[in-house]
Design a binder for this molecule. Structure first.
Ligand code: ZN
Ligand code: ZN
Length: 233
């Protein structure tokens, strides 16, 4: 697979868009990998060997089904299904002792080509993020201006910061991610609290009460808690 598919400039991610920057980074990576599989990768036999073996999780298969390239997806699935037939249901692996068949089925069900590549790409992007934070003071300003950091990505950065930063930048970084995640949590809590109050008879009958800013607070809580529905981190 072409290495540059997983290379996204950090500044491009952090300078554009709202929400959690790491969610945006992951989304960009996923989109690029899915585009690649359904496009240029059709001409690369080594990618097909891997997609045949690993298959796709339901999330990513749905993402591919929502694209236009149905023929490409059909060709990919055709050889993947053939491989399942050969590996999971080959002669002699099922019957009274079907351990090998079950093992083979489990391996296919639990693996995903896109998830594998996203995980690989994220590791390298997170490393680049720390290098940029360490070396470029103006990037730290951009970093602090993000809307928020979702909880799963707060966890990810919390756990990995120590490996990549020395004492002083580490302490600055920890303070920044705390502000981005805890600060947002507090405003989110207030909005969800107000949202629940909307259902209160006395408040809902108050025509002057302004609830416009809190109506999507449940969706925003979901994004904060679930990293926009990520299955793997
Ligand atoms: Zn996130
Ligand atoms: Zn997947």
């Amino acid at each position: 697979m072409r290495e540059d598919i997983c290379t996204i400039p950090i500044s491009e991610v952090f300078e554009n868009g709202d929400g959690c920057p790491i969610c945006r980074m992951r989304k960009m990576l996923e989109d690029r990998i899915v585009d690649y599989i359904l496009g240029a990768a059709m001409m690369e036999p080594d990618v097909r060997i891997e997609t045949n073996r690993l298959g796709f999780c339901s999330n990513h298969l749905q993402q591919m089904m929502s694209r236009r390239n149905r023929l490409q997806l059909g060709l990919i699935l055709e050889t993947h299904l053939k491989e399942i037939e050969n590996e999971v249901f080959k002669k002699g692996v099922f019957g009274l002792n079907n351990k090998k068949s079950a093992y083979s089925a489990a391996r296919t069900v639990e693996s995903c080509f896109v998830c594998d590549k996203v995980d690989f790409g994220m590791k390298s992007l997170i490393k680049t993020l720390f290098i940029t934070y360490n070396n470029q003071l103006d990037f730290r300003e951009t970093f602090r201006k993000q809307e928020f950091l979702c909880l799963p990505h707060y966890k990810l950065l919390c756990e990995s910061a120590k490996e990549h930063l020395s004492k002083k930048p580490l302490s600055d970084f920890n303070e920044d991610i705390l502000n981005l995640s805890k600060g947002y949590l507090q405003s989110l809590y207030n909005d969800v609290h107000k949202f629940t109050k909307m259902f209160d008879y006395r408040n809902s009958s108050d025509e002057n009460a302004d609830f416009s800013s809190v109506k999507n607070s449940i969706e925003r809580a979901y994004d904060y808690l679930c990293a926009k529905g990520e299955e793997t981190l």
